[in-house]
Write a protein of this length. Structure first.
Length: 160
């Protein structure tokens, strides 16, 4: 077993050696949408590794390509579903904000202010910033994004 620390919660999680970081997030009941079902194609399991990067398996080409397209990638970013834990001392920080799951969910929030950043599950960019009013027109402009998310999910199911 190996220990992983999740920030900003400062929770310590034990996971099996060679298990991926996604398991550490899920073990801590973090709500990870996994829009691509762990295939390395979306941004919803993006984490920033603040310590112990050398204890993770190196990036695969799929992960490198995907991270290259996520707008919020930093030098220490990894996709939790692709990075396997080989040693102790890995510390990861989960990006703040909530990923958009469906236009319908957002429609229910029209007229309210976003409590946290609402993020694009494919590119990681902020769609509606925390504190901003969620308007009907803003949500309607996200309809094409919802179609992209559905397509991604379908593609991921086909490939399983
Ligand atoms: S769950 Fe989609 S990239 Fe990890």
């Amino acid at each position: 077993m190996k220990q992983v620390t999740l920030q900003p919660l400062n929770d310590h999680v034990s996971i099996k050696t060679e298990a991926n970081l996604l398991e550490a997030l899920l073990a801590n009941k973090l709500d990870v949408i996994m829009a691509c079902k762990g295939r390395g194609l979306c941004a919803t399991c993006l984490v920033h590794v603040t310590a112990g990067q050398e204890q993770l398996t190196p990036m695969t080409d799929v992960e490198k390509r995907r991270l290259g397209r996520i707008t919020t990638t930093k030098n220490n970013s990894r996709l939790a579903c692709q990075a396997r834990v080989m040693g102790d001392g890995v510390v990861v920080e989960v990006p703040e904000g909530m990923y958009m799951e469906s236009v319908q969910d957002l429609m229910a929030l029209v007229g309210r202010r976003a409590e946290q950043d609402i993020l694009n599950p494919i590119s990681g960019e902020v769609l509606i910033a925390a504190g901003k009013l969620i308007t009907r027109s803003k949500v309607q402009t996200l309809e094409s994004l919802e179609a992209d998310i559905l397509e991604l999910r379908n593609k991921s199911s086909d490939r399983l």
